[in-house]
Design a protein. Structure first.
Ligand code: G3P
Length: 275
């Protein structure tokens, strides 16, 4: 499974990239806003958003970086996809344009505008990461429209199921992939038992029909969810910095290091270090 970093913070991207295990970066308007506002607040440097995005692209040459449109109708999204791609892809040839599967909200009824935009942009050769996926059927439509990646939002489905059931939770709390019961009722969102169950069902459909679109598990909140994304067959998972940092940790690994280090005798050390 490929591992992407879900962050717009340059230092985080540089650090994870320096470990040699990074396969890509995902951004959205909230992540870009947070990163740029942090720098502006710190007063450390004057910053221009376009240059900042270019820096990110140059930090991970050859690795996909998703940049999101903001349009609320089909033509706006197509224009923005072209603009993002023309402006930023020449920098390091690694831009994927993120388009939500459906841009309607409030009293808008333009539900299929985003699917149309994906179709148009993808047929021009712009690689599309279709985001805000909450059902397998949305993923299927995005794939049919030509998206290269579909991004099911794992953590947010879990939030939705818990919230509706009146359960209090913290964002990083583990949610079992097989779902949870309340009394004798197995909770679900129209047949989806958890974010990981959503990933599993999308993978199953794509495998069944030989669909080449990659499944990118997003909105990952903890390390176990990342493991379960891999078990569910996700092609890619994108996770925030703290989750990626946590992947390498286990109490017993630390304990083991302490014991092995304590047992090193001089003869063995000299053998390894040549002194
Ligand atoms: O990649 C999508 C991600 O940024 C959303 O994560 O934790 O806000 O649901 P979250």
């Amino acid at each position: 499974m490929r591992l992407f970093l879900d962050s717009g913070i340059l230092e985080e991207i540089e650090e994870i990239q320096s470990y040699g295990i990074l396969d890509g970066v995902t951004l959205n308007p909230s992540l870009v806003k947070k990163a740029v506002e942090n720098i502006r607040k710190s007063g450390k440097a004057k910053i221009n958003m376009a240059d900042y995005i270019k820096k990110i692209l140059n930090t991970v040459p050859g690795l996909p970086v998703s940049l999101e449109v903001i349009g609320l109708d089909e033509q706006q999204m197509i224009d923005e996809a072209r603009r993002l791609y023309d402006l930023f892809n020449p920098v390091a040839n690694n831009v994927y344009v993120k388009i939500p599967v459906n841009c309607a909200f409030g009293d808008k009824e333009n539900d299929f505008d985003a699917v149309g935009a994906i179709k148009a942009a993808a047929s021009e050769g712009i690689p599309i990461n279709c985001t805000l996926i909450f059902t397998p059927e949305q993923a299927l439509l995005a794939a049919k429209a030509g998206a290269s990646f579909v991004s099911p939002f794992v953590g947010r489905i879990d939030d939705h199921i818990r919230k509706r059931a009146g359960i209090t939770f913290k964002k990083e709390d583990y949610f079992p992939s097989e779902g949870i019961t309340q009394g004798s009722t197995l909770l679900d969102d129209n047949g989806i038992l958890s974010g990981i169950d959503l990933v599993r069902k999308i993978v199953k459909i794509f495998n069944r029909y030989g669909i080449g679109t990659k499944v990118l598990a997003a909105s990952i909140r903890n390390t176990r969810q990342l493991r379960e994304s891999a078990l569910a067959g996700a092609d890619i998972a994108t996770a925030p910095y703290n989750v990626i940092k946590g992947l390498v940790c286990h109490l017993k690994t630390r304990e083991g290091m302490e014991k092995f280090t304590g047992d090193v005798v001089q003869e063995y050390a000299s053998l390894l270090r040549g002194d």
